[in-house]
Every structure is written in C-alpha cells, then in structure tokens.
Design a protein around this ligand. Structure first.
Ligand code: C2E
Ligand code: MG
Ligand code: MG
Ligand code: MG
Length: 269
C-alpha cells in the first residue's frame, strides 16, 4: 500500500469510526488513589486488528490528518469523562489527551478545545492537554495558543520531559502545569541513574510543578517515586491502557476508584 493509499485509509477510518481510545490510569504515588487517565488512540482496523499509534500517527502527522484525529480524540475523551461522571460520579477525575504539534500550531485548536468542553459539559480543569517540547519548536502561534488554552482553564502537561532536546531552562519558558518525566529516566538500576532521576524531579519541583512518572513497570520504581516525592504514577505496574468497557468492568460502582488490573494479572504485557 502506498503512502497516499494509507492516508486515504486513515481518513476513512475516522469517518467509519474505527479509531478507539484506550484509557491508562494515573494514580497518586502517596495514596494510590486514582487521579485520572491518559487517553491513547488505537486503530481497530478491520481484518488487521488493533494498530498502535506508532503505526499510523506519523503518517497522519505528515498529511495533516492529525488535526482531525486530534478533534476526534478531544471530543471522544471529554464525552467519555462526562459519561463516567454521570454513571459513577467520577467528578474529580481528569482525562489527558495528547495534542500534536501541528494541531497546536493551528489557530483552530482553541475552537476545537472550546467545542469539546461545551459539548461534553465537563469542567475545563478536568481536561489535560499533553504536549511535547519538540512540537513547540519555532511555534509563536503555538505559544499563544497554549497561553489561551490555559486561560480557558485547561491544564497543560509537558510529555516525555528529558527525551530529545529539552532542558530545565526551556521549561521555565513554557506555560505548563504538570511535567511528565520520560520513562527512560525512570531507571533504578544504579545509584547514578537514581540520582539523575532525583535531580530531574527536584528541578521540576523547584519550578513549583508536580511530576507524573511514566513507564512505571516494577514495584521498585514505585519505591523510588515515593523516596523522591513524585506526585503521580502511570505505567504497566499501575494499570494498563484499557478500552472503556474493560475499565468499567473493574470499576467499583460505590466509589471512583476502579480495581485496576495490574501487570501479569491476566497475562497481558
Ligand atoms: P505518550 O503520550 O508518551 O504515551 C505513553 C505511551 O507509553 C503509550 O504508548 C503507553 O501505552 C505506553 N506505556 C504506558 N505504560 C508503560 C510502561 O509501563 N512501560 C512502557 N514501556 N510503556 C508504557 P502508546 O499508546 O503506544 O502511544 C505512543 C505515543 O503515541 C504516545 O506517547 C503519544 O505520543 C502518541 N499518541 C497516542 N495517542 C495519541 C493521540 O490521540 N494523539 C496524538 N497526537 N498522539 C497520540
Ligand atoms: Mg502522552
Ligand atoms: Mg509520554
Ligand atoms: Mg512517551
């Protein structure tokens, strides 16, 4: 299949409702209480199966289809959170949506977010937009958009901090509310890597921002998070990305905290 055929297939996938969002839990390190979810897109491709984002997001980025996917994800994730609010009173939970640089550098992003908030009726503070530093490079409009989005009351989270070319100095210039430290830095194997992780956490805290650690796969990583005062954790050891129905099956109707399937419980990675 040529690139343009693949682009056409992605475009059709949006129209035919073949994209799905899986939700991965984010919990408080101190209490273990569920704080929210990150929405992660998959393509349920007929005759092929569930494709991870790495297999179609890069093509969508090049073709500009990523903005359509972004609009779809914003609407879908906010509607899902509103549905959970109605069903189980999940009013404190947040949902984080990944926003591409291309979308962030387009003026439509503000209307797209405002529309999703209006349609779903969720509190703007319950929506977190995950951005990466690479997506912001050279983007004057992106910076303006970020400030306006924040003014609307949505939270901004810097994703994959430490991956690629980003520094604490750059962080001071970004209007963000949360920093997600990249999973490559959550390395507990030596005293040096543990100290490096601690110094990154300290630097983020020095700016007054909370930290989410991604890629938490083992209990000893959780111990490090506790020891260095990381606020929130996300990863296979905490909970897998799950389809809404799967997540609801683990949900305690009486409270907002689902009983999360942990890595190894059901043979999934
Ligand atoms: P990300 O935003 O950094 O998302 C975290 C990725 O790490 C997810 O991969 C998640 O499944 C994976 N992960 C979670 N826990 C663990 C763990 O304990 N260990 C390891 N090794 N990995 C873990 P996924 O779902 O394949 O998504 C990959 C990337 O695709 C995301 O990275 C994000 O950049 C992008 N993406 C996903 N959904 C969307 C979307 O709706 N829009 C856009 N623009 N990009 C998206
Ligand atoms: Mg993310
Ligand atoms: Mg990330
Ligand atoms: Mg990542």
């Amino acid at each position: 299949m040529s690139i343009s055929d693949f682009e056409a297939a992605i475009s059709q996938a949006i129209d035919r409702d073949e994209l799905v969002l899986h939700y991965q839990p984010i919990v408080s390190v101190r209490t273990g209480v569920l704080e929210g979810f990150e929405a992660l897109v998959r393509w349920d491709r007929p005759g092929v199966g569930l494709l991870p984002p790495a297999e179609f997001i890069p093509v969508a980025e090049k073709s500009g289809l990523i903005c359509e996917i972004g609009v779809w994800a914003l609407n879908n994730a906010t509607e899902q959170l509103a549905a959970w609010n109605r069903a189980v009173g999940a009013r404190d939970l947040t949902v984080a949506v990944n926003v591409s640089g291309r979308h962030l550098n387009a003026s439509r992003i503000r209307d797209d977010v405002a529309t999703a908030l209006r349609r779903s009726g969720i509190d703007p503070g319950r929506l977190v937009l995950e951005i990466t530093e690479t997506t912001l490079v050279g983007g004057v409009l992106a910076m303006k958009n970020l400030r306006e989005l924040r003014h609307m009351g949505v939270a901004l989270s810097l994703d994959d901090f430490g991956a690629g070319y980003n520094t604490v100095e750059q962080l001071t210039r970004l209007p963000v509310d949360i920093v997600k430290i990249d999973k490559d830095y959550l390395d507990v194997s030596t005293a040096t890597t543990r100290e490096l992780f601690r110094s990154m956490v300290d630097a983020v805290h020095a700016l007054g921002l909370p930290v989410v650690a991604e890629g938490v796969e083992h209990p000893d990583q959780l111990e490090l998070l506790k020891a260095v005062g990381v606020e929130s954790a996300q990863g296979f050891a905490v909970g897998l990305p799950m389809a809404p129905a799967e997540l609801e099956a683990h949900w305690h109707a009486s409270m907002c905290v689902p009983e999360l399937p942990r890595r190894g419980d059901d043979g999934e990675p």
